[in-house]
Write a protein that binds this ligand. Structure first.
Ligand code: COA
Length: 167
């Protein structure tokens, strides 16, 4: 099957929102829920966003953005490398029908290339329950830099792992 990763267009947002609602139902991602998927997909911090296609149909999504004060992975990496230029990777998902064909890997690699071209280091956090994503990041050489507690909703919490991309 033909895989293509390309920059996300505004016209992709409806398809991405539908996929996200599906992924929340199957995987509980994102843990915050999907009450307003388009807002979640278009944070003010966004610096780049991509969709993954299989045979011309959008099946996946990824985004990088500038760090906010609550980004644990950015904070942890800044403690080690105070001068680091950082972008945060996230909002990665592939609908179940498109999985296990390399779309997720292509999305992550595309974001890694984008950041490297701008001499920025990518960091991320991933919930402990999201094992397929953790395997993907580790397969691509991301380095574990710490574990934190992610707080969400009405007093809920879950363990999250922070990673930095290979330089
Ligand atoms: C994590 C996620 C994006 C991975 O997407 P994906 O498109 O399935 O990823 P890939 O296809 O690149 O890799 C998945 C598996 O397929 C395998 N694979 C890749 N291409 C393959 C092929 N052509 N044939 C057979 N297997 C293949 C990979 O080796 C990998 O194996 P593993 O599960 O043993 O590690 C997806 O599972 C997902 O959306 N999960 C829920 C959301 C989530 O957790 N997001 C993370 C946020 S931080």
């Amino acid at each position: 099957m033909t895989i293509r990763v390309r920059p996300r267009a505004a016209t992709d947002l409806d398809a991405c929102a539908r996929l996200l609602i599906e992924v929340h139902g199957t995987d509980g991602y994102p843990v915050e829920g999907v009450a307003d998927p388009v807002s979640w997909l278009t944070p003010a911090t966004a610096a780049g966003a991509w969709v993954g296609e299989l045979e011309g149909a959008v099946v996946g999504h990824a985004l990088v953005g500038t760090p906010t004060a609550t980004d644990d992975a950015a904070r942890l990496w800044k403690e080690r490398e105070p001068l680091a230029q950082i972008l945060v990777f996230g909002r990665l998902f592939v609908g179940t029908a498109g999985r296990n064909r390399g779309v997720g890997e292509r999305l992550v690699r595309t974001a890694m290339t984008f950041a490297a071209e701008q001499e920025q280091r990518l960091v991320l956090d991933v919930m402990d329950k999201d094992k397929a994503a953790i395997r993907l990041y580790e397969r691509l050489g991301w380095q574990h830099i710490g574990t934190t507690t992610h707080h969400f909703g009405q007093g809920n919490r879950t363990e999250a792992h922070c990673y930095v991309a290979p330089s």
